[in-house]
Design a protein around this ligand. Structure first.
Ligand code: SAM
Length: 314
């Protein structure tokens, strides 16, 4: 089987929408080459990534690589991808160099190409994420291991927006909490919540591939008695009352459901929002304040912001 490798030189800000465009175009597996990974040193030295080589990363910007099966429709798919990426400019998203390169790879290369980027990573005080193919022995008794098969959904766990969410969940979650994870991707945040004591977690994603990926990872981590994975648009038709809602989605999307999040939370409940590029920080903060929340804490990593907000009004 022949595969075509797409390499898109873009910006940190555009990584997530570019990945979404590639997934929608049918890409099998996405690799993100972000030079920040090489120098990343997080608070308390969490999150160091082992065995990375600078030659695998661009000097500036981020390279997103995706793999599509070679077929007679490839030409149209390429045009569709380019058009959709250019369309991001209309949403004020900086796409940087926006250089798209296409080359052919054989199946063997493809199968190993993206695995070399994923190594066990200590994300927070208690959580370490390890890809399914790595053997990892916990360093202490209280270290919680999340095994992940990143597959085609977003969420290897090492993206700054995900790391901020996991650190925020760890700070706020209480035993027996009821949790909703909006935009679950690989299910990583839901699994973290379950491993940190949640009684029930509802993991939602609009993307069918994400729903499959999250279901696989939930089973892999043996938390299927705690987490239900469902295909859903944001919080539409979701009922009940929960203690904590977490959402790692773009700022533009968060703005669409701040009111619904408030309605579903118990008084005093926590709304963790991440995926917010620094330029959109004030917009999201204002929306939270206008919809019954106070900001308890603002977390920042690289160009990304996450809020821990508390419901104080209906
Ligand atoms: C940045 S990823 C976050 C994945 C994972 N939660 C993490 O933290 O790594 C955002 C996810 O939101 C999902 N998403 C985007 N729009 C959505 C919508 N309207 N309703 C539900 N999920 C959505 C995407 O499919 C994607 O899986």
């Amino acid at each position: 089987m022949k595969w075509s490798e797409f390499s898109i030189h873009t910006t940190q800000e555009a990584v997530e929408p570019v990945c979404n465009i590639l997934h929608e175009a049918g890409a099998s597996g996405v690799v993100i080459e972000d030079p920040q990974e090489l120098v990343k040193e997080r608070e308390d030295h969490f999150g160091e990534i082992y065995q990375l080589s600078p030659t695998d990363y661009p000097e500036d910007g981020v390279i997103v690589k995706a793999y599509l099966q070679v077929s007679s429709f490839l030409g149209e798919t390429v045009e569709g991808i380019k058009e959709a990426i250019n369309g991001l400019l209309e949403f004020g998203i900086d796409v940087g160099h926006n250089i798209v390169k296409i080359s052919e790879v054989n199946e063997e290369e493809w199968a190993t190409a993206w695995k070399k980027y994923y190594k066990p990573v200590k994300i927070s005080k208690y959580i370490t994420i390890t890809p399914t193919w790595e053997e990892y022995i916990p360093k202490s008794e209280d270290e919680c291991i999340i095994e992940l098969d990143p597959g085609m959904a977003f969420g290897t766990g090492t993206h700054p927006t995900t790391v901020l969410c996991i650190q925020a969940i760890e700070k706020k979650i209480k035993a027996k909490d009821q949790v909703i994870d909006v935009g679950t991707g690989t299910g990583v945040l839901s699994i973290a919540a379950a491993k940190l004591g949640a009684e029930q977690v509802l993991a939602l994603d609009l993307d069918e591939v994400a729903v499959q990926s999250a279901t696989l990872n939930v089973n892999l981590n043996k938390v299927d008695d705690i987490i239900s994975v469902k295909q859903n648009n944001l919080l539409e038709q979701v009922t009940g009352e929960v203690d904590l809602i977490v959402a790692n989605i773009l700022a533009e999307v968060i703005l669409r459901f701040v009111g619904d999040a408030c309605s579903l939370l118990k008084m005093g409940g926590t709304f963790i929002t991440s995926g917010i590029i620094s330029a959109k920080k004030d917009e999201v903060q204002n929306a939270l304040l206008e919809n019954g929340f106070i900001i308890e804490e603002t977390l920042e990593m690289e160009d990304w912001v996450a809020f821990i907000a508390k419901k104080i009004n209906n």
